[in-house]
Write a protein that binds this ligand. Structure first.
Ligand SMILES: [Cu+2]
Length: 315
C-alpha cells in the first residue's frame, strides 16, 4: 500500500518496512497537512484583522467585539477533526501496538539488552527456551550473564550489534538495559521502545520488506550516545535459517559470546556513570560488571506463556 507522503519524504523519513507503519505514516502525513492548513488559515485571519481593525479605520476601540459566529464554527470544526484523529486513529493504533501482541508461538522472540553503547541480543535457540540470566555472572566475556549450568541456555544465541529476523513474521522484542535508560528505535519499522534498567518492555512489529536497516538509540544516554547504532537485517526464511546455523556454529567454536562494543572516542574510561568524569583523586567508580546487568529474572519466559494481552507494558 502506497500513500501520498510528500511531507514525510520532505522531512527525511525513510520508507516504511513494517506492516503497521503505513498507518503511522498516514497519521503523520495527515497531521502535517492539517497543521499546514491551520497555519495558512490562521495567518490569513491574522493579517485580515491587522488591516480591518487598523487605527486609522478604527480610531476608537469597540468593546462589543465580533458579532459574527464564523470563528466559533471554525474552532468547533478544528476540535472535531482533532477528536476524530485522536479517538478514531491514534488511540486504536496505539492500543493495537501495546495490547494485541501476536501469539508467542507465531512470533520470533528476542531479548534486547542495551548498554553503553551497544545493543545485545539474546535468542532462545532451537529449543525455544531462554537460558537463565544472572546479574552476578555478567562479565566482559558473558555480557548478558547467561548461566552456563542451565540446560535451556546451552543452545542460546547471543549477539551484539547486528540482529537478523525473517521477513513477514512478527518479532517480539523485550527491552531492558544494563546501565542507563536507552531507547531501541528502528526508524524503518516505525517502532521504538525505552530500555530501562529494572524494567522489561515488550515491543512488536512485523517486517514486510527484506533489507538492512539502521537501529539507533533514541535517548541521550552518555557521551558515546551518538555512536550507539546497530543493524537489523530482514532476511528471507532461508537466509534467516542460514544465519541461525552460522551463529550456532560460531557459538560452538567459541565458548564465549562476542565482547561488547568498544567505547566510542570521547567517553571517559572506566565504568563511570555516563557523562560524569570522576574528580581527580576522588573515589574510584564501581566497575560496570558490578552494576545491574539487565539480567532480569527471565525476561521472555513470562511473555511466552502469558496471554497476549498480559504482555503489554503497564504505565
Ligand atoms: Cu543509548
Amino acid at each position: 500500500m502506497n500513500s501520498l507522503a510528500l511531507i514525510n519524504e520532505f522531512l527525511g523519513q525513510p520508507p516504511n518496512a513494517s506492516s503497521h507503519g503505513y498507518q503511522i505514516d498516514h497519521i503523520i502525513e495527515f497531521c502535517h497537512w492539517f497543521m499546514a492548513a491551520l497555519f495558512v488559515g490562521w495567518s490569513a485571519f491574522f493579517i485580515y484583522v491587522l488591516i480591518r481593525f487598523r487605527k486609522s479605520r478604527q480610531p476608537r476601540a469597540d468593546h462589543g467585539g465580533v458579532r459574527s459566529h464564523v470563528s466559533t464554527h471554525l474552532e468547533f470544526s478544528v476540535v472535531m477533526i482533532e477528536a476524530v484523529l485522536l479517538l478514531g486513529f491514534a488511540i486504536p493504533l496505539w492500543a493495537r501496538r501495546v495490547n494485541q501482541f501476536p501469539p508467542g508461538k507465531e512470533a520470533l522472540l528476542v531479548d534486547v539488552v542495551a548498554q553503553q553503547f551497544s545493543f545485545n541480543y539474546h535468542l532462545p535457540g532451537p529449543d525455544g527456551q531462554f537460558g537463565r540470566r544472572d546479574v552476578n555472572l555478567v562479565s566482559n566475556s558473558n555480557p548478558l550473564g547467561i548461566d552456563p549450568n542451565d540446560p535451556a541456555g546451552k543452545d542460546d544465541i547471543v549477539t551484539s550489534g547486528e540482529l537478523h529476523v525473517p521477513v513477514d513474521r512478527p518479532v517480539i522484542a523485550e527491552l531492558s538495559s544494563k546501565d542507563v535508560i536507552h531507547d531501541y528505535f528502528i526508524p524503518d519499522m516505525r517502532i521504538a521502545g525505552d530500555a530501562i534498567p529494572g524494567s522489561l518492555i515488550p515491543i512488536w512489529f512485523t517486517p514486510v520488506k527484506t533489507g538492512t536497516y539502521e537501529v539507533v538509540c533514541a535517548q541521550l544516554c552518555g557521551l558515546g550516545h551518538y555512536g550507539m547504532k546497530g543493524t537489523l537485517v530482514v532476511d528471507t526464511a532461508q537466509d534467516y535459517q542460514a544465519w541461525l546455523k552460522e551463529r550456532a556454529e560460531l557459538a560452538g567454536t567459541q565458548t564465549t559470546p562476542p565482547a561488547p562494543a568498544q567505547r566510542p572516542p570521547g567517553e571517559p574510561l572506566g565504568g563511570s556513570t555516563p557523562g560524569t568524569i570522576p574528580p581527580p583523586g576522588g573515589p574510584k567508580p564501581p566497575t560496570a560488571d558490578a552494576e545491574g546487568a539487565g539480567a532480569s529474572p527471565h525476561p521472555a519466559q513470562q511473555l511466552h506463556n502469558a496471554p497476549a494481552s498480559a504482555a503489554s507494558p503497564t504505565p
